[in-house]
Structure formats: C-alpha cells, structure tokens
Write a protein that binds this ligand. Structure first.
Ligand code: ZN
Ligand code: ZN
Length: 295
C-alpha cells in the first residue's frame, strides 16, 4: 500500500523533469513542491510514531471489520509526531516567505500568530474540520490555502509513517469494496489504473495509502451503475481522465499511463493534471478533497 522511499525518490526525480516541461504549471510552484516533497520524504523515515496498538481502547478495528468497511484506525484516532510537525511547519513557512508576493504575506501572518495558530491548524486538519482554514482564507484572499498547505505538508510525513506501520496487519493485494481508505477511512484524492487489466488503485487524501478498489465505482457515494459514471479526457492531457459521478456530482482524476512509459506518483500526478480540475468544475462536478499539497 506504500512505495518505499527510495522508489518514490527515483520516481519523483523523473516526475519533476516532466512537470518542468509543462508551460501552464508555474515554475515557482514546481520548485516549492519539489523542496517540500524532498523534506517530507526524509521526515517520513525519521518520524516517531506509536508502534504498539492493541487491546480495548486502542481504536484499532479487526481485519474482518475492515473487510466489512470499517477503517482500521479512524482518522480522528491518528496521532502524529508533534515535534517533527512543528519543525516542518517552520521550515515550510520559510519556503513560502522566500517566494515573495501573496504567499510570503500569508506566511508573515502565520509567523506573527505563532504556536497558537499552528496548533489550531494541526488540530483542525486531524479532525477534518475546515473552519480554521476557511477563516484564515478570508484574511489572505490572495493566498487562501497557505495555512492548509502548511498544516497538511507538516503532518503528512508522520501520518504516513503511522499508516504504513499499521498497514502491515492488512491483507496484501486485496480489492477493497469500500470507496474510502481501509486504513483511516478518508476519501481518495486521486486514482490510478494499473496493470494490463486496468486495476483501480485509489490514493488516500489523509494517510496516502494506495489501495486497490472496485474498478467501476464512485469513490465518494459508491455508485456502481455504469450509466451514472461517465468519464472524460482532454487532448492536452494524455494519460489522465476525469471519472465523474452523476449521483453525487463528485469527480476524481485518474492516471492511466498504461500506454506510456511515464512515471506516476499520485501526489505529483495530481499537480500535473490540474487543468483537468478546471475542466471538471466547468462541467459542474466538484472535488471533495484538497489537492495533495493542500491547495
Ligand atoms: Zn488513509
Ligand atoms: Zn458519487
């Protein structure tokens, strides 16, 4: 359910080379994401996470319960490496300051508010509560997502490290019936078709697990009627498609590189295919999750 960090680093190097060839993706954004991803990759290996989860009160579901649709450990029960997240928050805030413009202004406000805002943002992200981020966005309309970017980017390495250690207790290569992540119960932010048969692998917006799931199913409302699950592509974005749902009006972008020799890393595929988000929204579909970078 998780790539090794070595393999991710190799894929990322190729992926950033591809991203730099896309004129519509701002170079400054690619630079930022490249630095953040590299710091996160190291941090994931160093994160201090609880290794023993057992007994009543641990919040851990049994494998049978997960097979029936319960998350192994619900998002609200996740813990994170607070010392690491605090350090990363400071580093990423400096990166934003170095960008100048609205991002730097937004980072300046975050710095002024110090620990209190950071803790509030961490708590809100863990609880999947958007109110702190919505309030912050009103104060910095030119960089509305700066705080959610900082919180998400700082917490993700230790959340992923914990999810990876938890995943050892789940069966490998299972096709999960649920649309949501079997580890933490969160929604997917991206999907990938892989292998000759086009197996669908969804990627979790919270813990970043990649889990195999039903090929034809809305990841949000679990609609399985093919007539209600249209998909569309754009000529300028070969290798990507939008899978939409007429029942809940949601959409998810899907990487389909089966005809190409191209590297896929869902968090970067999401960035590479951002023009499809605009297309999907123009058609009236909405995406229930933020991008992999909190934007
Ligand atoms: Zn998850
Ligand atoms: Zn749906």
């Amino acid at each position: 359910m998780f790539e090794s960090m070595e393999r991710e680093d190799k894929l990322a190097a190729r992926k950033f080379a591809d991203l730099r060839k896309k004129p519509h993706i701002p170079a400054q954004l690619v630079d930022l994401v490249e630095q953040v991803r590299s710091i996160q990759s190291q941090a994931r290996g160093q994160a201090v996470v609880p290794t023993v989860f057992a007994g009543p009160g641990s919040g851990l579901a049994s494998v049978d319960q997960v097979i029936q649709g319960a998350p192994l450990l619900a998002r609200e029960r996740f813990s994170y490496d607070a010392a690491q997240a605090g350090q990363l928050f400071g580093r990423f805030q400096e990166l934003l300051s170095g960008m100048g413009g609205p991002m730097a202004q937004s980072a300046g406000i975050v710095r002024e508010e110090g620990e209190t805002l950071m803790r509030a943002a961490f708590d809100a992200f863990m609880a999947n509560d958007s109110s702190v981020f919505v309030e912050f966005a009103k104060r910095t309309p030119n960089a509305p997502r700066a705080l959610s970017f900082l919180a998400q980017s700082s917490l993700t390495p230790s959340i992923t490290a914990l999810a990876e250690s938890l995943s050892a207790s789940l069966p490998k290569d299972r096709t999960w019936d649920q649309g949501t992540c079997p580890i933490c119960g969160s929604l997917a932010f991206h999907s990938v078709l892989s292998g000759k048969e086009g197996v669908r692998v969804n990627c979790c917006s919270f813990c970043r697990a990649a889990y195999r799931t039903v090929r034809l199913q809305c990841p949000y409302c679990e609609e399985r009627d093919a007539a209600k699950l249209p998909y569309f592509t754009a000529d300028e974005e070969p290798g990507y498609r939008v899978d939409a749902c007429l029942s809940c009006q949601g959409y998810i972008k899907t990487t389909d590189f089966r005809e190409f020799d191209r590297p896929s890393l869902p968090a970067l595929d999401d960035l590479e295919s951002m023009s499809l988000d605009i297309l999907a929204m123009k058609r009236g579909f909405t995406r229930p999750t933020a991008s992999a970078w909190g934007f």
